[in-house]
Design a protein around this ligand. Sequence first.
Ligand SMILES: NC(=O)c1ccc[n+]([C@@H]2O[C@H](COP(=O)([O-])OP(=O)(O)OC[C@H]3O[C@@H](n4cnc5c(N)ncnc54)[C@H](OP(=O)(O)O)[C@@H]3O)[C@@H](O)[C@H]2O)c1
Length: 250
Amino acid sequence: MTTSQLSGSIAVISGASSGIGWATARALAGQGATVLVLARRTERLKELVDVIDADGGQARAYEVDVADADGTERVIRAIGDEHGRIDVLVNNAGFLANGPALDADLSDWHRMIDINLGGVLNLTHAALPYLVSAAEGSRGVADIVSTSSVAGRRVPGSDSNVYAATKHAVGAFSEALRQELSSKQVRVGLIEPGVVRTEMTTGGAKNAPDATTGRPLDPDDVARAVTYMVTQPAHAAVNEILLRPTEQVI
Ligand SMILES: NC(=O)c1ccc[n+]([C@@H]2O[C@H](COP(=O)([O-])OP(=O)(O)OC[C@H]3O[C@@H](n4cnc5c(N)ncnc54)[C@H](OP(=O)(O)O)[C@@H]3O)[C@@H](O)[C@H]2O)c1
């Protein structure tokens, strides 16, 4: 592997044990970043570290439940103390349980809020001081990228009630952060994918869009969008990328 645009950078990626997070970790490692990969399934994270290592990249795994504010803060503080900065934070961990409100399990609603929104808040709050100090370093900028969704821009259907609410909330929070942090050279970006073929859409989540037919996006398609965002020159902020499978209508 040749070092590239993120050489010497520290990138923290949540939800890296599968799907979009896994592909993003590989992509950012391919750009020379040291990738610190977070999730609950540590065996999967170890596999990912081995894959990145075999590619010639650098990675380390951390067991984190992003819904646990204290545990998340402990891990991010340990990372920040060891490296002194975080150049790129990818808020990607997510959970989906779609369905009619009349049949819903309230615990699913709370879980989506705790992971999709709470996880973004927990990670971002803990990482902010390290992102700001990274932006003062030689790269001259730091990045927060959150995986939202088409469902963060519009409500794709009544079944996506709370999932869409969490992704819209991530969008509102990100825009406020962007306004606050622009003077500190911290860029804030949202990736808004349509249907991507991952565990979530191949049977892993209640009433998820079905990615087993047609031509959905691949996780690598989304990883390229994240890479594009974080490899711009320091003065150029790509704040939002909406990407759908070509055939997706809604
Ligand atoms: N697939 C799609 O069509 C699609 C479209 C738009 C947006 N998205 C968004 O993309 C992101 C990634 O999803 P994906 O499609 O790649 O699905 P995935 O393969 O199911 O990955 C979800 C990831 O989130 C992690 N995660 C879930 N709960 C967690 C928790 N409490 N603490 C820490 N990590 C947790 C999972 O790891 P562990 O289980 O190991 O903890 C896993 O790594 C999500 O935010 C999702 O909402 C997906």
